[in-house]
Design a protein around this ligand. Structure first.
Ligand SMILES: Cc1ncc(COP(=O)(O)O)c(C=O)c1O
Length: 454
């Protein structure tokens, strides 16, 4: 048969993923026709000229082509690069062209367990860590696990990263949105959570889990330990599992703010009755290795028979891509002070993080100078989500399309992430190079005035 649109299921047809939607398609069309486009629609740092870390690419090169170690790379690459590649290759047993265990190479999972232990001071078990193709695949696996039937729902923030809304739609389950408080730096409040679950229950939805994105996408806000504790207590009171999306844990910019993991707070509370699934990724932070599709999730307070089911689900796709697993190893086990690669690694890392911090400031300050644009402080992650005041008859989708046509700047309308009824926003990344971001801000200001005048 020829598969026709009408043959497709409702879930597929209704799945939407705004960060790669019609505005991006139009941007690509304009680019093919010769226009210069600044892609601020997606957190893809290397597409906006962020350089990969030298150490990481050197180890990867040796893992992909071990013969290099006896050729040109022998003198060129520092000693620790050779040693790390050797450790990974021995751990993978058959090299990186072979399938690994379904959970991922044990040596990499041990490195992840060590990383969590160092970061949080909590006990960890490599057997409760799964290596994944980016965080996305892991999130999808866990959402699949928690949804038992089409009456089940999962709490997701509004605004949220559309991986969650899209996956829940695809799995035929219910999105239970909870609002983040824009007037208070996008903080979470127990009142908002209670309100959201009360409404879901009144519609007969069985709520199974709550997703929290910290630091937030698209909001850029960073939760403190008290906020996290509040979510854990809420989850316990309502019998929910927690899905903690912590892919931006290295992207915290405000002096005094600090990333705190759900695992650490859960352990501190000695809480055994709330299952926790925590996610991390090689795509964000200062690595920005989106294309390598590396990441992991860790499970806590999950009985062994459920762990076995997760492993079974993971084994359906055999394993995550092995070069991505190598990148995950390098993310969680970077060179240490005293290693030959350390000075370059540190310099590259600090340069990237300093630039992100500066761009977050430039973007926020610049946007806030435009009448009709109001932007909360970008304290973390890679985005600003400014509120825009639009002429009555205009939508944020029209605004973003017009911005693209007029200035060649590609951003995503707030509707793609969810927003409080009656408000309009757009999401913009802080990733354009520093010399470009000032122009981006100026162009948005000029465009905004023009658009509102019309
Ligand atoms: C909050 C959040 N979670 C997960 C992801 C998925 O990233 P990846 O699959 O590349 O790890 C992203 C990507 O932008 C994100 O913003």
């Amino acid at each position: 048969m020829v598969l026709k649109l009408k043959d497709l299921g409702k879930a597929v047809l209704e799945t939407e993923y705004a960060v790669r939607g019609p505005i991006v398609a139009r941007a690509q069309e304009l680019e093919r026709a010769g226009r210069e486009i600044v892609y601020c629609n997606i957190g893809n740092p290397q597409a906006l000229k962020q350089k990969p870390l030298t150490y990481l690419r050197q180890v990867l090169a040796l893992c992909e082509y071990p013969e290099l170690a006896n050729g040109t790379a022998r003198e060129m690459f520092p000693r620790d690069v050779h040693e790390t590649a050797q450790t990974i290759l021995s751990g993978s047993k058959h090299g990186i062209g072979a399938y690994s265990e379904s959970k991922g190479i044990r040596v990499v999972r041990e490195a992840v367990a060590d990383f969590i232990k160092r970061r949080d001071g909590v006990p960890t078990d490599p057997e409760l860590i799964y290596l994944t193709d980016g965080a996305s695949k892991g999130v999808q696996t866990i959402l699949r696990m928690v949804i038992a039937d089409d009456n089940d729902g999962v709490m997701i923030p509004i605004p949220q990263y559309p991986l969650y809304s899209a996956t829940l739609t695809l799995y035929g389950s219910k999105q239970v949105g909870y609002y983040l408080d824009e007037a208070h730096d996008w903080k979470l409040s127990r009142m908002m959570l209670e309100e959201s679950i009360r409404e879901a229950k009144s519609k007969g939805i069985r709520v199974r889990a709550i997703c929290v994105i910290n630091p937030g996408n698209p909001t850029g806000s960073v939760l403190d330990a008290d906020n996290i504790e509040m979510v854990i207590r809420f989850a316990k009171d309502h019998n929910l599992a927690i899905i903690a999306d912590e892919v931006y844990q290295e992207n915290v910019y405000k002096p005094g703010d600090k990333f705190v993991s759900f695992a650490k707070v859960l352990h501190g509370l000695k809480e055994k009755e709330v299952s926790l699934f925590s996610f991390h990724s090689c795509s964000k932070g200062f690595l920005g290795e989106c294309g390598h599709r590396g990441g992991y999730f860790e499970v806590r307070n999950v009985p062994q028979d459920v762990v076995d089911q997760i492993t079974k689900l993971q084994s359906v796709s055999l394993c995550s891509n092995v070069p991505g697993q190598v990148v995950t190893y390098l993310m969680v086990k970077p060179p240490k002070e005293g290693d030959p690669s350390y000075p370059t690694y540190k310099k590259e890392r600090d340069t990237i993080l300093d630039a992100l911090k500066l761009r977050a400031q430039v973007l926020m300050n610049g946007l806030n100078k435009v009448e009709g644009i109001q932007c909360n402080e970008v304290t973390g992650a890679m985005y600003a989500f400014p509120k825009i005041t639009l002429p009555k008859e205009k939508t944020d989708a029209e605004y973003c399309m017009a911005l693209l046509e007029s200035k060649g700047i590609c951003v995503v309308p707030g509707t793609g992430f969810g927003q409080f009824p009656g408000t309009s926003h757009f999401r913009i990344t802080i990733l354009p190079p520093t010399d470009k971001i000032e122009k981006v801000v100026k162009d948005i200001g000029d465009f905004h005035r023009e658009f509102c005048k019309k």
